[in-house]
Design a protein around this ligand. Structure first.
Ligand code: BYC
Length: 337
């Protein structure tokens, strides 16, 4: 199992940064570049180029949206969990994802963007969130497979983000990764139990793996050659490992886990390559990925509608909290007078 101890290779130190655009003050830009080159952290009060700020708001808010929308596919199964133990675990996991969304919105707010703006972008369909949450959860094994493979892929992507150059994002990711590690293990354990059960349960697990495997590989984003944001993200120390390298690490770590579990990964081209010391794998359907990212996956409309409804239904809670805060402020002012 890969966990917190997953180590980032030593060659991951950001490459020297070329100034972006000529409109930034050269002196400030040089100071910023030097800090990135020395693998230092940028904090909210520090000067930073607008393009760096914009990139972070884009990535962190998309990440926050993914956590919040990611509560929905598994949330569907809370009322149908097969035992009290599984229900308690699932409630805790889904609640954790909500917490991750909140830390991440807070981290993005330190860059000067309001939570309202970010939520408007999500609710109007302008903002992206992870493609993986636009597929249905058809049976109980899907919940285990989401834990094992979706959270597993998420950890692989997120451990390097604990060393991201932007301090608040890096710090938020440390706690997120610890919790994701528990999520991955609970999913794998739930599947191990099902695989020791009846043939019908084993078939359910295999069916869920067949439906989710390729979508999980696409979670890491487009191939490096087609990834417009990667080069700059890597130079700024936001991304430490490329989309393709993370995908490969995930495959290499997951194949032995699938063997222990007793499931087949649905890729006839999946073979150990002695020369590369990695598994070779087949073609990912990128047309299907882009259709989903652009709003036309099987569940996009339903996920967004559910999210908007949850937000609207919660308006009275936000109003009540604001009214309470106002009252308390008035009371404090009165007492101080
Ligand atoms: N889905 O140039 P690229 C979780 C977009 S939730 C949708 O490679 P970048 C969990 C990308 O945004 C974990 N869109 O971009 C929760 C870009 O579009 P824009 C979510 C994708 O940023 C609940 C365009 O494609 N994790 O763990 O360098 C339950 C070109 O891509 C996807 C994060 O958000 C995708 N899969 O790299 C269970 C991690 N992939 O913005 C589990 C943080 C790419 O230019 N984010 N796109 O219009 C990242 O690490 C990076 O943003 C990515 C993409 C690797 C995702």
């Amino acid at each position: 199992m890969y966990t917190q101890s997953f180590s980032v290779p030593d060659d991951s130190t950001p490459k020297p940064v070329k100034s972006v655009g000529s409109t930034e003050p050269p002196e400030l830009m040089a100071k910023f570049d030097a800090r990135i080159d020395a693998d230092g952290r940028i904090e909210p009060q520090d000067w930073m180029p607008e393009a760096y700020r914009k990139t972070l708001v884009r990535q962190i808010s998309q990440h926050a949206h993914s956590e919040i929308v990611g509560m929905l596919p598994e949330g569907n199964w809370i009322s149908r969990a097969p035992s009290l133990k599984r229900k308690a675990i699932l409630i805790a996991k889904v609640q954790d994802e909500g917490g991750h969304g909140l830390y991440l919105y807070s981290a993005a707010e330190t860059l000067g963007t309001s939570r309202g703006e970010m939520l408007d972008a999500l609710h109007s369909g302008k903002a992206k969130y992870s493609s993986i949450f636009n597929y249905p959860t058809l049976n109980w094994a899907d919940v285990g497979v989401i834990g094992w493979l979706v959270d597993g892929a998420a950890i692989m992507n997120q451990i390097p983000l604990c060393r991201c150059s932007y301090g608040p994002y890096a710090r938020a990711m440390i706690r997120v990764c610890k919790e994701e590690s528990f999520h991955q293990r609970q999913g794998y354990e739930a599947l191990l139990v099902m695989m020791k059960g009846t043939q019908a349960q084993r078939d359910m697990v295999q069916d869920a793996v067949n439906r989710y495997w390729w979508k999980c590989l696409a979670m890491f984003g487009p191939p490096d050659a087609d990834s417009p944001n990667s080069a700059q993200g890597m130079r700024w120390g936001i991304k430490r490992i490329s989309n393709d390298d993370l995908r490969q690490k995930f495959i290499d770590a997951t194949v032995p886990q699938a063997k222990v579990l007793g499931v087949t990964l649905p890729d006839p081209d999946l073979k150990w390559n002695e020369e590369r010391q990695h598994y070779d794998y087949g073609q990912i359907d990128w047309d299907e990925f882009w259709a989903t990212v652009n709003g036309n996956g099987p569940m996009n409309k339903e996920r967004l509608a559910t999210r908007v409804k949850a937000h609207n239904d919660g308006a009275w809670v936000r109003d009540a909290a604001l009214a309470h805060a106002r009252k308390q402020q008035q009371r404090n002012l009165k007492e101080a007078a």
